[in-house]
Ligand binder design. Structure first.
Ligand SMILES: [Zn+2]
Length: 298
């Protein structure tokens, strides 16, 4: 009996303790809620300002982000009205701004400009032809009538003289080539080797430095138009001295990943004495060096 009584008493006490604990917890929660409400009321102006700024910020940027692209119609801008967090990329979502497929070639504004960048990403105009071409004289051993722009030719004569004094005899195998000549040349190579292979050593029309009237293919050896030309006295002399007369080797060894063309130890382009010396000092390929100079596009 007494055992049972004490058991009941213990249960009652426990019950009373539990309800006391629940009441205390309720009071604490109520206190916290009141405190939050008071704080929110006190700092209400700050809260509104913060929330307002978060909403207005992206919308405020919209006008300045719609600058017109000078070359292409502007791609559709994603709406910037929404919360930036909602714009977080989702894995399955297609990119909002797909890249235009082939990048348009930059059109060289003036082929007369000695530093014009002529690469596989640029093109000369179809009708660009230099107006001050000079005929290469017979003593330079041209295989046919060849022409070069006047300033480049004047410097070529000096180069020729200097080479001769060093016992080096050269030949000019190619110089100015018109757009239409290059069309025929590239097509004949493409027919023989396939277009991609041909484009490793021959430029498409509009992309040849020869159209500038300032590029020369040198020869005069039995290794003309081969890698081995670079090891001949002529090739070595040109590699060491051509820049002193304003000529730069456009397509050096192991630089095809940058220039787009195989090693052409015979191909030199006139860019002016001062610039050629700067180019030599820079250690850059010619196209990299010209990219650093001012360029004019159509
Ligand atoms: Zn060439």
């Amino acid at each position: 009996m007494s055992r049972r009584n004490s058991y009941v008493t213990i249960r009652r006490r426990r019950k009373a303790k539990r309800s006391l604990r629940i009441r205390r917890l309720g009071l604490i929660l109520l206190g916290v809620a009141v405190a939050i409400a008071v704080l929110a009321y006190l700092y209400r102006s700050d809260l509104f300002a913060w929330a307002g700024a978060a909403q207005e910020e992206p919308a405020g940027e919209e006008p300045s982000s719609k600058e017109p692209d000078p070359e292409e119609p502007p791609p559709e801008q994603p709406s910037q009205d929404e919360d930036p967090q909602l714009d977080a990329p989702e894995p399955d979502e297609p990119p909002a701004d797909p890249q235009p497929e082939p990048p348009a070639l930059k059109v060289v504004a003036d082929g007369d400009y000695l530093l014009a960048l002529v690469t596989k990403e640029t093109t000369l105009k179809k009708d660009y032809e230099p107006r001050d071409l000079v005929k290469i004289p017979a003593y330079m051993n041209p295989p046919r009538d060849l022409y070069l722009r006047a300033e480049a030719f004047a410097q070529l004569e000096k180069l020729w003289q200097a080479a001769k004094e060093d016992g080096v005899t050269l030949a000019v195998l190619s110089a100015y080539r018109s757009y239409s000549y290059q069309v025929g040349l590239f097509n004949s190579y493409a027919k023989k080797h396939g277009e991609a292979a041909a484009n490793r050593f021959s430029a498409r029309a509009g992309q040849s430095e020869h159209q500038l009237g300032t590029a020369i293919d040198f020869g005069g050896t039995k290794y003309d138009f081969t890698d081995a030309f670079g090891e001949t006295p002529q090739g070595k002399w040109l590699a060491e001295n051509a820049h002193l007369f304003g000529f730069a080797m456009s397509y050096p060894k192991r630089m095809e990943h940058i220039t787009g063309y195989i090693y052409e130890p015979w191909h030199f382009r006139y860019i002016g004495v001062e610039m050629a010396e700067k180019w030599k000092e820079s250690g850059l390929t010619l196209c990299e060096f010209l990219e650093l100079q001012t360029q004019y596009w159509e």
